[in-house]
Design a protein around this ligand. Structure first.
Ligand code: NAP
Length: 273
């Protein structure tokens, strides 16, 4: 049987040390010539590199430890990428961090970390790499946003705001790049099993979303790549979550606001008792 897989050339994936990013690396591995894996935990990236090379010996894999919340580290990363991997065809902005707190109680250092990683790094990497894609008339940007960036939810204002940025940025970038042959796809996952919730301080999920909506990181990555290859503007991975998000316009904003405020009131009361 012949396989008709796309060759995406050189693919840079941020946040490849765990969760969705790790699975995206596994998915892209059979469809790329070079993978550039980026995250802070180099040991995890090296482990993934060894695993993927075992399966795809011809694949070139460059693992680069970088703290994406630091603008200067991103500059150093870009210089290393150009030297060790050459031009990037596909940029996957996946790395992200969350928090769980009413904003008046949120820690500023944590908030700043979220904004730098989820917003500034996405903009800086895209700014540095997208012009080359347009010039070569090839490639694309795959942004991992969140369904939280399309709804009104309490208890994670900086994170949710950062994902509203990813949503607006992806849509506007896609419009800007019309006719250039460069694809821009935004993935808006719901709850995905990964290290994310634990690190964001809410092991049960940001708002305790029902289990029916939860999918694996592998499923999320598979559907993300399928949507990207079809040139989709937006992907909602997982059948139940997709259904929910497509029904969202039926719930007027005032209703979403009211529900979010009621939940915040309950959380505030619970936290102060
Ligand atoms: N899980 C969910 O329910 C869910 C839902 C909607 C959207 N998302 C989005 O999906 C994306 C991936 O999340 P995930 O669920 O796979 O979470 P995860 O397992 O916690 O993975 C997050 C990745 O981001 C990297 N990262 C975090 N801060 C970084 C920094 N300052 N510099 C470099 N890398 C950094 C982490 O690597 P190091 O720690 O090694 O640096 C890790 O590889 C995020 O953008 C998240 O907002 C997740």
């Amino acid at each position: 049987m012949t396989t008709n897989k796309k060759n995406h050339g050189t693919v840079l994936i941020t946040g490849a040390s765990s969760g969705i990013g790790r699975e995206l690396a596994c998915e892209f591995a059979s469809r790329a010539e070079t993978l550039v894996l980026v995250a802070r935990r180099l040991d995890r990236l090296e482990q993934l590199r060894a695993e993927l090379l075992g399966r795809y010996p011809k694949l070139k894999i460059v693992a680069l430890a970088t703290d994406l919340s630091d603008e200067h580290e991103i500059e150093t990363l870009l210089a290393k990428v150009s030297e060790q991997a050459g031009p990037v065809d596909v940029l996957v902005n996946n790395a992200g961090v969350g928090d769980t707190a009413l904003f008046d109680r949120a820690d500023w250092v944590r908030t700043r970390q979220i904004l730098r990683t989820n917003i500034l790094a996405v903009a800086q990497l895209t700014s540095a790499l997208v012009a080359g894609m347009v010039e070569r008339r090839r490639g694309g940007v795959l942004n991992i946003g969140s369904g939280a960036g399309l709804t009104v939810l309490p208890n994670a204002a900086a994170y949710i705001g950062s994902k509203y940025f990813v949503n607006g940025f992806s849509e506007a970038l896609r419009a800007d790049l019309a006719g250039t042959a460069v694809t821009v796809t935004q993935v808006c996952p719901g709850p995905v099993a990964s290290e994310f919730d634990q690190l964001a301080g809410s092991p049960g999920g940001m708002i305790g979303t029902p289990r029916i909506f939860r999918i694996t990181a592998a499923q999320c990555a598979r559907e993300a790549l399928a949507g990207f290859e079809r040139g989709r503007a937006r992907v909602f991975p997982g059948r139940a979550y997709r259904f929910l998000m497509r029904a969202l316009p039926l719930f007027p904003l005032w209703m979403q606001r009211k529900q979010a405020a009621a939940l915040a009131l309950r959380l505030r009361a619970g936290q102060s008792s």
